[in-house]
Design a protein around this ligand. Structure first.
Ligand code: UDP
Length: 246
């Protein structure tokens, strides 16, 4: 009988969620080539070590669907969310070129069909790309409105059978409160999914945390702005807050 269990020497596979803020300097918007190159260099170097990397890009540096909610009714909320999903495709196209300029092989796959610029996301194809050492860039979130790319990251981490979901943020990990506003905020080395949900800690969407909780997907939240941190996270080093069942 075929043994379907994973061998212990199977390569590490991760899903990395980078918000739109990773594509521009702090407190700015749009796309910065410097920010993009910093990301690309670390990702390309990590891929060379054999880590299989799937990246989910956010789009908040361009727009988020929710920002149109209160403004007026001219743009329906669902339309605005599709605009947000398209923003993630713009980031994906930019990051793809930045990574490929360094000689690494990539595939941009989208949950929204935009066949002239990217492949449609097909789970089995995505896995094949990873196995071949290609960095996959997953744009368009889930392809459905009213959720964010955090939920897409949890979803893809599960279906691609990643070892870990890495959430890149601008702070060192998870705190009891916003450390940029409250100097007394307490840093957590480790948290359970239940704690994050119960305390309503603003790490990722509740939906994303709940998905990871239900299926035991470990999450690591870390500061991508610190030099070398992205590479360390991709390699499996514990540098931020680990969120898991215990
Ligand atoms: N979005 C969506 N469905 C998805 C993923 C994203 O509708 O599955 C839209 C949503 O409006 C979101 C925007 O795309 O605000 C950009 O994504 P996100 O807010 O997650 O970007 P980030 O904050 O990570 O930069």
């Amino acid at each position: 009988m075929t043994n379907l269990s994973h061998s212990s020497d199977k390569p590490r596979r991760v899903v990395l969620k980078i918000s739109g803020e990773g594509f521009c300097p702090a407190h700015e918007r749009g796309i910065s080539m410097d920010a993009m190159s910093r990301l690309a260099e670390q990702v390309a170097r990590s891929a060379q070590t054999g880590v299989q990397i799937a990246i989910i890009m956010g789009g908040g540096n361009i727009l988020r669907g929710g920002q149109f909610k209160a403004a007026n009714n001219a743009i329906q909320e669902a339309t605005a969310h599709y605009m947000g999903m398209l923003a993630t495709v713009i980031n994906g196209l930019a990051l793809q070129d930045a990574i490929e300029n360094l000689g690494a092989s990539t595939r941009l796959m989208t949950a929204l069909h935009i066949d002239t610029v990217a492949e449609p996301y097909i789970r089995r194809k995505a896995i094949r790309h990873l196995e071949k050492g290609r960095i996959i860039l997953l744009a368009g979130g889930t392809g459905s409105p009213y959720v964010t790319t955090d939920t897409a990251a949890a979803q893809r981490a599960l279906e691609l059978q990643a070892d870990e979901l890495l959430k890149a943020t601008k702070v060192d990990g998870v705190y009891s409160d916003d450390p940029e506003k409250n100097p007394h905020a307490v840093f957590y080395n480790e948290l359970s999914y239940a704690d994050v949900l119960r305390q309503n800690l603003r790490v990722m969407d509740q939906e994303a945390i709940a998905k990871c909780k239900d299926h035991g997907m470990p999450i690591m939240v870390f500061n991508f702005r610190k030099e070398g941190n992205l590479e360390r996270a991709l390699s499996g080093e514990r540098i931020g807050t680990a969120i898991k069942a215990v």
